[in-house]
Write a protein that binds this ligand. Structure first.
Ligand SMILES: [Zn+2]
Length: 306
């Protein structure tokens, strides 16, 4: 199941706040889906729970006989589509009568008298999201949208969302108008507002896991860089000391430099601090660093003399 389906499944549960909320919810779904006219009533959806939930609510509101047609799963290449339909013209008349008929049939504006209460506006948007909303898998991308065929309905939905501090943006895709958000926080807030609390929490958790993973990666990168630096420095030091010993021999050096040179050559992987630990007199880091530098300087001078 996709994340988008999961959100929709969650939105098919939960009660309505007031008597009119149920009506507002169905209104949201009918206004933004195709296939509803004076004579025919078919609403298509890819989600079984959405189809069942719409049917239940229509039956509850009107007592109509509602059919939910399941997709033919033998057609593997086709997207599964569930169809909610009313076949009896009286039943169609009854559902349209529930609303100002025009409000459902005219899909170019929202009838505000249907959604005066704040709670009903919420139910309306929940219905709208079930019919034309979608979101991306948050593991890959943060994106939640409503896809509308009419621009002024899209603008009205943007206003409704803006009224509850959800700052959606508008775009076009083909002939459609898209109200969308791309910030994870806004998506969390939208899911919570619509009533998908569990999905919202899941998104929050996912974000925390992502952040931890990023921090861990950054730290590993940083450690790798430090190790590289240590190794590069060691390689240079070893090359210089080897040159020095080849040219002048170990005895050429005072005893403390001989010890430092041997330690460095015998432990090519060790960092400076580790070499100090290994030194018999437990010499300080700066003291040891000084000796290594001295060895490198002598080697450089010998090379320059040549
Ligand atoms: Zn209400």
């Amino acid at each position: 199941m996709t994340y988008s389906q999961q959100v929709k499944n969650e939105l098919c549960h939960g009660k309505f706040s007031c008597e009119n909320c149920q009506k507002a919810f169905v209104y949201g779904m009918l206004l933004t889906s195709r296939g509803v006219s004076n004579k025919s009533f078919t609403v298509n959806t890819e989600n079984k729970l959405v189809a069942d939930f719409l049917a239940e609510n229509i039956i509850d509101l009107t007592g109509s006989i509602v059919t939910v047609q399941h997709p033919d799963f033998r057609e593997k290449n086709k997207r599964p589509i569930y169809t909610v339909s009313l076949e009896n013209t009286n039943d169609i008349e009854n559902i349209l009568k529930l609303y100002d008929k025009k409000a459902v049939l005219d899909k170019t504006s929202i009838n505000w008298s249907m959604i005066r209460n704040i709670c009903c506006q919420n139910s309306f948007l929940r219905g709208t999201y079930l019919s034309c909303g979608a979101m991306s898998n948050p593991e890959k991308e943060y994106h939640l949208e409503f896809c509308l065929s009419n621009e002024s309905v899209c603008d009205d939905i943007l206003d409704l969302l803006y009224n509850v501090d959800l700052d959606f943006r508008k775009a076009t895709r083909g002939k459609n108008f898209i109200a969308y958000v791309k910030e994870s926080q806004q998506i969390e807030d939208t899911l919570t507002y619509l009533g998908a609390i569990r999905s919202s929490m899941e998104l929050m958790n996912l974000k925390i896991v992502k952040e931890i993973r990023n921090t861990a990666n950054r730290r590993t990168n940083c450690e790798t860089a430090n190790i590289e630096k240590t190794v590069n420095a060691a390689v240079t030091q070893i090359r210089k000391i080897e040159y020095l010993l080849e040219t002048k021999g170990l005895d050429f050096l005072p005893i403390e430099l001989q010890e430092a040179a041997k330690l460095r050559l015998n432990n090519p992987d060790a960092s400076l601090s580790e070499l100090c630990e290994l030194s018999p007199q437990k010499i300080s880091r700066s003291g040891f660093n000084h000796r290594i530098k001295k060895l490198c300087t002598i080697s450089d001078e010998l090379r320059n003399e040549k």
